[in-house]
Ligand binder design. Structure first.
Ligand code: GLY
Length: 556
């Protein structure tokens, strides 16, 4: 990239005097960063005892299914991005699928209006992919015995763990869990709400995990677990059948690869929109000089928000499951397309979203997804994001099985052109079809400098995920922050529709005024997204858990 002299100076100063308000967790050989401390410690123990990062990821994912039930899961799906010691990278897609009985208009009422069925209850769930995905990753790239990796999760489910503050608060606040008897019994203790520090014991979940430990994914997609799930679905008007479960396959895909200022970006291909949108935004920002006025300046936020607006507009129309629709990835990431978008940005004035593409506006709600990042001593890197979509998914716990089901069907366009729960407007490319995967924003990402890793990162946060990942990358590469500062730094978010710029606390009132003067409609939000990142440099691994939540990092 061509840098103007003052920009060069700024970058040089930033690198010589990096902002170091916060310190990451440093270690020499290996690192695990997750949302929850039992999971972090279990993952680090796997690495210490000779497992690789894929083994640790399998272990962490099962532990989070126990200790972080609002997002960690057996009943959802996700993506695992890995870079292997020889330099090859891979992407395991275990996104949920629409059941065979699903149809284009299944969530519309007689008047053609979207209903809440895609969000709450038995009909909201897609066919879960997590267990199949973890098994595929382990079979291809893991070393340790499968059953051993499930032991920490089984123990925590059987013996219980002290409920952290945030879980106690979110259990009490959730509106879906009280609607379903088994969820009410297990997670709400029939109204005797768990207080922080109380033990949450989950014997049914322990038994489900034991079947998976013994039989592999067959212990979930066949036999007792599958039978109970299919039976409960039939009894409650749900769609998932025993055949849907048996037929579910995770797939290995080629990660999406792009570049930014000489760094290589490995990220999520469709059916995630994350990688395409991330690379479009980076493309629009590269060579723009947007960073000139510094991190957190109104000028930099404005420009980045304009890049977000444009890339999310493309998302709404062109992206969907590549097994069902032609996704024009090459065209969206072409030099010409990105140059046109960049040329359309006015550095002093917000472009109204209506002038980019028409749509409708609704509020954006919370998501329940979680991300963790792992690096082992041999050089394997894992960036894994998985989800049950909304907080506590559909709210449904399958009787006798102990796990919550996702409400991922809402990630489809229930009515193309109308916004979903995240306010995302999406097109026919993401309409419901049997067996199709809903479009996702999950963006597990790895950044390399030459052959050397620079960052492993990702985040939950629904529509905001892609921007949280973008901002951490920019904070490190363009603003010279250490990874912990980059994660901590106040975030902002634009998604084209609704035409508003969301800002976190910490973005100053005068910056907000300057943004308003440029034409942005500002919405002040509570902190959002939880990035889990690892950075590499000077012989150290730096783990950056997000202080917005009770995340932790451990290395050795
Ligand atoms: N359910 C959130 C996402 O996949 O983007």
């Amino acid at each position: 990239m061509h840098l103007h002299r003052p920009v060069l100076m700024l970058v040089a100063i930033a690198q010589a005097f990096p902002l170091t308000a916060a310190q990451p967790v440093r270690a020499r050989r290996a690192m695990v960063v997750t949302r929850e401390d039992h999971a972090t410690r279990a993952g680090a123990a796997v690495l210490r005892s000779g497992g690789n990062a894929v083994d640790a990821a399998v272990c962490v994912a099962f532990v989070l299914a126990v200790t972080h039930p609002s997002a960690g899961n057996l009943g959802g799906g996700g993506f695992l991005l890995a870079r292997l010691p020889g330099g090859r990278s891979t992407f395991i897609d275990f996104r949920e699928k629409a059941p065979a009985g699903a149809s284009h208009d299944m969530y519309l009422d007689a008047g053609g209006r979207p209903t809440a069925d895609s969000l709450v209850g038995w009909r909201a769930a897609g066919v879960p992919g997590t267990v199949r995905g973890l098994e595929l990753a382990h079979r291809r790239y893991g070393h340790k015995p499968w059953a051993e990796l499930l032991q920490p999760a089984i123990l925590l489910a059987k013996s219980g763990f002290p409920v952290p503050y945030s879980l106690a608060v979110s259990l009490r606040a959730d509106e879906k869990l009280p609607k379903f008897a088994e969820s009410r019994r297990i997670f709400l203790h029939d109204g005797q709400y768990l207080k922080p520090g109380d033990l949450l014991i989950q014997p049914e979940l322990a038994q489900t995990l034991e079947r998976i430990a013994r039989l592999g994914a067959a212990g979930f997609y066949e036999g007792e677990t599958a039978q109970r799930l299919a039976q409960a679905m039939r009894a409650h008007g749900g769609m998932i059948t025993a055949e849907d479960l048996r037929n579910y396959q995770a797939v290995e895909r080629k990660p999406l690869e792009g570049s930014y200022r000489g760094y290589t970006i490995l990220t999520a291909p469709p059916p995630s929109s994350g990688g395409v949108v991330l690379l479009e935004m980076l493309g629009i920002l590269e060579n723009s000089g947007y960073e000139r006025e510094g991190a957190g300046s109104a000028a930099a936020i404005h420009y980045a928000a304009e890049a977000m607006r444009r890339a999310y507009a493309d998302r709404s129309q062109f992206l969907g499951d590549p097994d069902f629709v032609q996704v024009p990835v090459a065209r969206l990431l072409s030099r010409e397309h990105i140059a046109r978008w960049r040329a359309s940005v006015d550095p002093y004035r917000a472009t109204p979203s209506a002038r980019i593409r028409p749509g409708a506006a609704v509020p954006v709600s919370a998501a329940s997804t979680t991300h963790f990042s792992i690096a082992d001593a041999e050089g394997t890197l894992v960036s894994l994001t998985y989800t049950i979509n909304g907080n506590f998914g559909s709210g449904v716990t399958v009787p006798g099985l102990g796990f919550l089901l996702n409400n991922e069907m809402d990630d489809f366009a229930a009515k193309p052109g109308f916004p979903n729960n995240f306010g995302l407007v999406q097109g026919e490319a993401n309409a419901i079809q049997p067996g199709k995967r809903p479009l996702s924003c999950m963006t597990p990402t790895i950044v390399l400098h030459g052959n050397r890793p620079l960052l492993v990162l990702g985040s939950p946060g629904g529509a905001r995920i892609i921007n949280a990942v973008l901002e951490v990358i920019l904070n490190v590469i363009d603003f010279g922050m250490n990874v912990q500062d980059a994660v901590n730094f106040p975030r902002f978010h634009h998604q084209w529709r609704p035409d508003q710029l969301d800002v976190e606390p910490g973005i100053s009132p005068d910056t907000i005024r300057l943004l308003e003067q440029r034409g942005h409609r500002i919405r002040k939000l509570k902190p959002f997204c939880e990035v889990a990142a690892i950075a590499f440099g000077d012989g150290w691994l730096e783990g950056a858990p997000d202080p917005r939540v009770e995340a932790t990092a451990e290395g050795y």
